[in-house]
Write a new protein. Structure first.
Length: 554
């Protein structure tokens, strides 16, 4: 295999570890989500990084659920996370693990630390413990029970496990250093009492390990070599290493490496706030296409390739920053433009009767499926006496810069003919009902033999065989680029009231009649759309994935 040229600092550190012969020159990563919500685009970056890095070095990646807090965890979230990882194109093979797999071993290890005098029971409240930790510049205050004997601590710990204490009555803390400049080393919590059934272990446990205690040991027992996590865990690394050192029985060590998390403009990434959006009905569910969740992006029409490409474009650094959401939208345009079927759809129909076209005749015109990929060929599109165009493509009294259809003006119908508007039919209130036009039969295919030019080409759908459909126009969920960054206002104040418009009286060409949910299309001139799972045999429903170009700065 050719030498790997590192593209980021994590790859560089792995190259150095391999050159030094660490951990038998293995590369073994893991993705450790908490099953307390649905994954979002920030997790997608971590998934791509962990699985992609291991693959690059011929290594392995585990999927391990950090299920140490049963009060917030559900099997629904476990299932959704596995679906998302698979959909993104990654496979943990037979390496599916849970922190709960190690509950017995973690308990036994805690007993060892108690016997060594390196862990103790504290009966103080969380508020008092937090206060006694001090500040980065002021040493902490030792707990009154810090020097209690291992025998006493062990008996209490066993009683905690047996359910003899109420929630909040006491905790198990590691005895490290109350004067450490690193606050996480000031006798951190290892276990708390939670009398909650666990989604995997049922009622077996009423004490549960803290993340900082469980994580490093889980890595160690699984043989993880590189524990890649986001930058907020950098200050936790000494504690990670401390627990591993206490556990070690070989020269093998997992190495924690931190990178900056993904922040995106006009987006909220907090699981708590995403849950609030769902629970309070601001969105329909976790897979609402306005959500930054992976399942929401999937339903909106994003592809695994576009998200993986986005993660690659964002890159890996140790510097916090904010990525413009336009880059995410660019990634899906770039992906879909190369491979999706073009079709014509009219979302606000205006009826046109071509008065000189034969009655009852339906002909077919050739349409290009994708100009970016000639191998996709062409399709047949019905053309008839009655067609529909977009209402905005006609003005009765146009300005000099309006080149689309107007009285007496000629335009091209894409793939079909030139037409000219001769008469406008209105109702008694002055509303336009339909246009009477004529067509030039010599211009089939969209070109005039005499060489005359027109300045506008319109998309259209023929009444013959047209399919009625619903189109959902999704926009960004927030109007502010940093909805979460205002001290005087909550993020909900920046919800975009125009984030969803539903158009129910749309017409689309019959090519799509057998389209399956999540199929992607480009609606010519309108943007990229996909078939929503709400679709039925009676009515297709389309979601706008993204517009044809970024209009946000106009």
């Amino acid at each position: 295999m050719d030498p790997i040229v590192p593209k980021n600092f994590i790859q560089q550190q792995i190259v150095e570890d391999l050159a030094a012969g660490k951990n038998d020159k293995r590369v073994h990563t893991r993705f450790p989500p908490e099953p307390n919500g649905y994954l979002h685009i920030g997790h997608a970056k971590s998934i791509c990084l962990n699985f992609g890095t291991a693959k690059l070095f011929g290594g392995k990646t585990n999927l391990r659920f950090d299920d140490t807090n049963p009060a917030k965890e559900e099997t629904e979230y476990v299932d959704s996370i596995m679906d998302d990882v698979k959909w993104l194109g990654f496979d943990w093979e037979d390496r599916l693990y849970y922190a709960s797999d190690y509950f017995d071993k973690l308990y036994d290890f805690a007993v060892e630390l108690i016997k060594k005098g390196k862990a103790y029971i504290d009966f103080q409240s969380q508020e008092v413990i937090s206060e006694q930790r001090g500040t980065p510049t002021r040493p902490g205050v030792e707990s009154p029970t810090r020097q209690s004997s291992p025998a006493v601590n062990l008996q209490i710990f066993e009683d905690m496990k047996a359910g003899k204490y109420d929630e909040g009555a006491c905790v198990l803390r590691a005895k490290i250093d109350m004067s450490s400049p690193n606050m996480h080393m000031r006798d951190p919590l290892m276990y708390r009492i939670l009398k909650q059934p666990h989604h995997r272990t049922g009622d077996k446990w009423c004490i549960y390990p803290m993340y900082d205690y469980a994580h490093g040991q889980s890595d160690y027992w699984e043989g993880i070599t590189h524990s890649i996590c986001t930058l907020e865990f950098e200050v936790h690394r000494p504690l990670y290493d401390w627990f591993v050192e206490e556990l070690k029985d070989s020269d093998y060590r997992p190495r924690q490496i931190e990178f900056s998390r993904l922040n995106i403009t006009s987006t909220v990434m907090s699981k708590r706030k995403l849950l609030q959006l769902v629970k309070e009905g601001y969105v329909k569910d976790w897979d609402d296409p306005r959500m930054p969740t992976i399942c929401g992006l999937r339903r909106r029409g994003y592809t695994p390739e576009s998200i993986r490409n986005f993660a690659d474009m964002v890159g890996i650094t140790k510097v916090d920053g904010v990525t413009d959401v336009a880059l995410l939208e660019f990634s899906i345009r770039e992906d879909l433009n190369k491979k999706v079927q073009r079709v014509m759809c009219v979302t606000d129909p205006l009826k046109i009767v071509i008065t000189n076209y034969p009655e009852g005749v339906v002909e077919e015109v050739d349409a290009v499926n994708n100009p970016e990929d000639e191998s996709m060929g062409k399709r047949k599109v019905p053309f008839s006496k009655v067609i529909y165009i977009e209402r905005e493509d006609f003005l009765e009294e146009p300005s000099s810069k309006f080149y689309r259809l107007a009285p007496g003006k000629e335009v091209r119908l894409r793939y079909a003919y030139f037409i000219k508007c001769n008469e406008v039919i209105k109702d008694n209130s002055g509303n336009i009902l339909e246009l009477l036009c004529t067509y030039d039969p010599e211009t089939k295919g969209g070109n005039a033999p005499d060489g005359r030019k027109v300045k506008a080409t319109l998309h259209w759908v023929a009444d013959a065989n047209a399919i009625s459909c619903e189109v959902r126009l999704y926009d960004r969920l927030f109007t502010d680029q940093d909805p979460d960054g205002h001290k005087d206002k909550g993020f909900l104040e920046f919800l975009n009231p125009e984030s969803l418009k539903i158009l129910s009286n749309c017409f689309i060409e019959p090519f799509v009649k057998d389209a399956t949910p999540l199929s992607n299309f480009q609606f010519e001139r309108l943007g990229y759309f996909n078939v929503d799972p709400d679709s039925s045999l009676d009515k297709l429903v389309f979601n706008r994935t993204v517009s044809l170009k970024d209009n946000s700065k106009k």
